[in-house]
Design a protein around this ligand. Structure first.
Ligand SMILES: NC(=O)N[C@@H](CC(=O)O)C(=O)O
Ligand SMILES: [Zn+2]
Ligand SMILES: [Zn+2]
Length: 346
């Protein structure tokens, strides 16, 4: 018997669209299901100023197929030279919905990120005053900190001090991967939210490393132990409005993934909603999917819930997702959950 679920059209609160040929290829994969997305600014060079964000938004809208509707929510990449007045103007004009903090060297294209957090205090204070959220890639970069501990250590050494110094600052902990992240987000009050990716609800570190290395499961923050995946599942399916969907769909060509030093990122835009329906059903929480994917994010960002809807259908035969999508830069492998999924967006 087929089963179906209609929910308000979802949004993606953490998405990499890239630029040029890759943008052209991946944008329809998101716009097919999602109404809006928070667009990550880690291009080369990064999207630092309001003018750069306006130009990038134009390129996204130009790449959007005529028969699709989609609103990119633009984000500025925080550097030690970011001008608070430029940030305030970009927010006041309605263009920019968040500022992104990358610790320098933490992840893909983060070389221009912040090294000395004191240098960005004036920007953070301006953001707190105007209510502009800070999105955070929450990992320290110290070589003496184990990669599996970098999120928990970031919370103690960087995030908590920033929030104590600026309690009015609204913060999104992006792509949390640990129980530590879940617990900290839960206890943070209304000014703190957290996004969770689809893939971190599905894989743990064994998926990457056991039985041969699987580069397509390698992303940052790296997937952790099973106990952490279970904590993320519980948070996402709990109905707690602190937690919302940010897919972190991060396309890299297969050529760039399958290298001796391969790129970090999972490309999930194509099948995210079907995978989430599977996950939420498995946890007996289909009634919580709409909150996670369509309602808690707009509430945090002070935006309306989308008026249109999507319908998810569970079929008798497994859904066949494309193994790869083609881009002008080369093929991009679609995230494979490793089990059959019977849901699809109709
Ligand atoms: N998540 C990833 O593994 N990669 C992202 C960067 C990021 O979100 O950290 C990317 O831009 O490729
Ligand atoms: Zn990140
Ligand atoms: Zn990301």
């Amino acid at each position: 018997m087929t089963q179906s679920l209609t929910i308000a059209r979802p949004d993606d609160w953490h998405l990499h669209l890239r630029d040029g040929a890759m943008l052209q290829a991946v944008l329809p994969e998101t716009a097919r299901h999602f109404a809006r997305a928070i667009i990550m600014p880690n291009l080369v060079p990064p999207v630092v100023t309001g003018a750069q964000a306006a130009a990038y938004k134009d390129r996204i809208m130009t790449a959007l197929p005529d028969d699709m509707s989609f609103e990119p929510l633009m984000v500025l990449y925080l550097t030690e030279d970011t001008d608070p007045a430029d940030v305030a103007a970009a927010h006041a004009s309605g263009l920019v919905k968040a500022v992104k903090l990358y610790p320098a060297g933490a992840t893909t294209n983060s070389a221009s990120g912040v090294q000395n957090f004191d240098k960005v205090r004036p920007v953070l204070e301006t953001m707190a005053e105007i209510g502009l959220p800070l999105c955070v890639h929450g990992e320290v970069t110290n070589h003496d900190v184990d990669i599996f501990d970098r999120e928990a250590v970031f919370i103690d050494r960087v995030l908590d001090p920033i929030r104590k110094a600026t309690p009015e600052l609204r913060v999104v902990m992006e792509h949390i991967t640990t129980k530590d992240g879940v617990d900290y987000a839960k206890s943070g009050g209304d000014n703190l939210g957290a996004t969770i990716t689809t893939h971190h609800l599905i894989i743990n570190r064994n998926h990457i490393l056991a039985g041969g290395i699987k580069p397509h499961y390698y992303c940052l923050p790296v997937a952790k132990r099973e106990q952490h995946r279970l904590a993320l599942r519980e948070a996402a399916t709990s109905g707690d409005k602190t937690f919302f969907l940010g897919t972190d769909s991060a396309p890299h060509t297969d050529a760039n993934k399958l290298l001796p030093c391969g790129c970090a990122g999972c490309f999930t835009a194509t099948n995210t909603m079907a995978l989430l329906a599977h996950v939420f059903e498995e946890d007996g929480a289909l009634d919580k999917l709409e909150g996670f994917a369509s309602k808690h994010g707009p509430a945090f960002y002070g935006l309306p819930v989308n008026e249109d809807t999507i319908t998810l259908t569970k079929n008798e035969t497994a859904t066949v997702f494309p193994e790869k999508i083609e881009s002008g830069d080369g093929p991009v492998t679609v995230f494979d959950p490793g089990f059959p999924v019977f849901w699809d967006v109709t």
